[in-house]
Design a protein around this ligand. Structure first.
Ligand SMILES: Cc1ncc(COP(=O)(O)O)c(C=O)c1O
Length: 299
């Protein structure tokens, strides 16, 4: 698995002229036709590790529309692993587009209740999974572990233009931890939480950074104002922003992660959050397969 540097593209808008701001988008969504964005970054070293350990099977967890489940299924098919997806909640037929794709890639799908799902990081629960499925390489929910942080830290190394602030959407916070680790505290990093009331997000990010770098950095923060009501919650103004952005810049954002981040960046620029003269780099973390879930849910 080899991440070529993803392109860095400048976005032009009259708002940026008025506020004397530059916005560039690092197009990690273009890294791979299916395993795109932060999924590519997070899986890279995990796949290497699984190969190195001689593992034949990957087991992971996710929701029914999870980008991570989608990516792990594709990665398993591409790099020769059996894959098992443990899905939160009720079995639904017909399978939605995400799970149908995963299943076509060969992923074996099992459903567990939301209560059981909460136990997914308990040792006893993982032992039970081993009793059921035998040997496997465990990928946590969202693919978020220290090897994922390592992969995401590489994003920063690929950036050769001067900038002031890196932005990314946050779910578990592992991608953001990678950006902080990769920039060694030299540049500001701003995360946009896509979940409501994620009180421990800052703590999770800080812990990953310390575990990975052996030290703390302080010039980062998480904005909690653009979750639009919670995970995968949307409203007409978000949809219309994503649509306009696509028409103007020919870049498709997803409604769960990158749409909320870019919406937030525009709003913060309007509110003079960023100093005039700043250059902002936003990471397009992919997630475009999520549209299929949205579209099929509307019918
Ligand atoms: C497209 C996309 N962007 C951003 C994130 C958030 O990443 P993290 O969980 O590392 O915060 C996710 C979830 O993994 C995602 O699928």
């Amino acid at each position: 698995m080899q991440a070529a540097p993803s392109p860095l593209l400048e976005i032009y808008d009259t708002l940026f002229n008025d506020k004397n701001i530059r916005l560039l988008i690092k197009r990690d969504d273009l890294l791979h036709p299916i395993i795109s964005g932060n999924k590519f970054r997070k899986l890279k070293y995990n796949i290497w590790q699984a190969k190195k350990d001689g593992q034949k099977r990957l087991l992971t967890f996710g929701g029914a529309y999870s980008n991570h489940i989608h990516a792990v299924a594709a990665a398993g098919k591409q790099w020769g692993f059996e894959t098992i997806g443990i899905i939160r909640g009720e079995r639904n037929y017909p399978l939605n587009d995400t799970l149908s794709f995963a299943s076509k890639c060969g992923m074996k799908i099992y459903y567990i209740s939301r209560e059981e799902y909460r136990r997914k990081i308990e040792t006893e629960f993982i032992e039970q999974m081993h009793n059921n499925f035998g040997e496997f390489y465990l990928l946590p929910e969202g693919g978020s572990n220290l090897l994922a942080v390592k992969g995401c830290a590489e994003i920063v190394r690929e950036i050769s233009v001067p900038y002031d602030c890196l932005c990314c959407p946050c779910g578990t916070g592992a991608t953001m931890a990678g950006l902080i680790a990769g920039s060694h505290g030299e540049k500001a990093v701003l995360g946009f939480s896509v979940l409501k009331g994620m009180r421990d997000l800052e703590e999770n990010v800080a812990q990953w950074v310390v575990k990975y770098c052996g030290k703390e950095f302080i010039n980062w923060s998480i904005i909690h104002d653009y979750h639009f009501g919670g995970y995968a919650k949307v409203n007409p103004s978000l949809f219309s922003f994503i649509n306009d952005f696509h028409l103007k810049h020919n870049i498709l954002l997803d409604p769960v992660y990158t749409g909320k981040m870019i919406f937030g960046i525009f709003d913060l620029i309007r509110k003079d959050y960023f100093r005039g003269g700043s250059t902002i780099i936003a990471i397009h973390t992919g997630g475009l397969q999520g549209w299929d879930g949205f579209i099929s849910n509307q019918h």
